[in-house]
Design a binder for this molecule. Structure first.
Ligand SMILES: Cc1ncc(COP(=O)(O)O)c(C=O)c1O
Length: 392
């Protein structure tokens, strides 16, 4: 551990030298099955040959020229993302938090340009996480993330918080100042909380009725994580804007905002930007990711192995309700509710060779690469079973 790094993370004393598929290796030749994927980032595993080829080939041509010039790779990626979604336009950035920033800016600008100068407030959910920038922590609900960072500790800062699922309460919070409703269709950091069945449809109707924008944060749930390219597809609605990052680069930093023309038409050169956003290297890798993820076989694998894992974990739960009590989620974005401290279970899993991530609400997250095999999923189940039994 380094004395030179800012201690923003309670780091586990473990480091890896290389990775292959869902496996990570240490210096002392230990190997770990990676069901964390760098927190839902390495969606096609480590050292994926298709991504390596895209990275190598682009890295030998051109890395970066800035957005002052046309970037062919960016144009192709944007077209591909629009063809696979509700969107007409794309803005590229470098991370999820940066996507959040842009989404909020664009929502306010949309109403401003239409002469609705009051419409600045954004409705957000309890247990939300939208990144660590000032706007991100304001939109998020974790008070620890905000402590000491805001200009005014009591400031709602233009965000109005509602509980997930309560449509009547949400409707009561809408007034002349409301600009948008912004939320994760499946909350990741918040504990793998899946929005209820009709929730997105109801919000879509409310947004249409009140001239509000429906904005989704798919930074964690997007890029095939749930068995669809975007999680919103499960709810059969179309949002107005979506934020993406994490899996979008399969490990290479890139974020994106997808949006409709009705918003894009109000944005002029100079109104928003990013130096690195969508450079050649990032876009070439991301294009390879999106093309791999779009394969029906891969998305079916996510759905099938998600069901497989859920079924097997439910079986473990039935014999161990004093340790874990519930499994939930969609595709390969799964949460296990713990009765013992989640960090204790994560530690035992790690000692037995399985990497997972903790989440709020005493939940363990399983976010494996989307191309894992049934054999690898079964290996994870064997380790979970062993670890859970060790707490008996
Ligand atoms: C839903 C969601 N939004 C935004 C973010 C922030 O992304 P980043 O860490 O890339 O800034 C995260 C990260 O965990 C996330 O899960």
């Amino acid at each position: 551990m380094s004395n030179y790094l800012l201690s923003t993370y309670a780091r586990i004393n473990l480091s890896f030298t290389h990775g292959k598929g869902p496996w990570l290796f240490t210096d002392d030749k230990k190997k770990y099955l990676d069901f964390a994927s760098g927190i839902a980032v390495s969606c096609l595993g480590h050292s994926n040959p298709v991504l390596l080829k895209a990275l190598k080939s682009q890295s030998e041509k051109l890395w970066h020229t800035s957005n002052l010039y046309n970037i062919k790779e960016q144009e192709i990626l944007a077209e591909e993302l629009c063809n696979k979604s509700f969107a007409d336009r794309v803005f590229f950035c470098n991370s999820g938090a940066e996507a959040t920033e842009g989404l909020i800016k664009l929502a306010r600008k949309y109403h401003h340009k239409r002469g609705d100068f009051l419409k600045k407030e954004i409705i957000v959910l309890d247990n939300a996480f939208h990144g660590r920038t000032i706007t991100g922590i304001q939109a998020g609900s974790n008070s620890l993330h905000k402590e000491g960072f805001l200009a005014n500790e009591d400031c709602s800062c233009g965000f109005v918080r509602v509980p997930m699922g309560d449509i009547k309460y949400l409707e009561k919070k809408i007034n002349l100042n409301t600009a948008a409703i912004f939320f994760e269709p499946i909350q990741g950091e918040g504990g793998i909380n899946v929005c209820p069945e009709n929730y997105l449809m109801d919000i879509r109707k409310i947004c249409n009725k009140n001239n509000l924008l429906m904005i989704l944060d798919e930074v964690q749930s997007g890029v095939g994580r749930t068995g669809k390219m975007f999680a919103y597809e499960w709810w059969k609605i179309k949002p107005d804007m979506v934020g993406m990052a994490k899996g979008l680069g399969g490990g290479f930093p890139i974020g994106a905002i997808l949006l409709k023309n009705k918003i894009a038409k109000y944005i002029n050169p100079g109104s928003h930007g990013s130096t690195f956003g969508g450079n050649q290297l990032a876009c070439a890798v991301s294009l390879a990711v999106i093309r791999e993820i779009s394969k029906k076989k891969l998305l079916n694998n996510v759905i099938n192995l998600g069901i497989f894992l859920e079924k097997k974990i439910n079986k473990i739960i039935s014999n161990n309700t004093q340790v874990i009590t519930e499994v939930f989620g969609k595709g390969l974005m799964l949460g296990i509710k713990c009765k013992i401290p989640n960090a204790d279970l994560a530690k035992t899993l790690r000692e037995k060779g399985l990497l997972v991530v903790t989440a709020s609400n005493n939940v363990i997250r399983l976010l494996p690469p989307l191309n894992i095999t049934k054999k690898e999923a079964q290996k994870a189940i064997d380790i979970i079973n062993e670890a859970v039994n060790a707490f008996k």
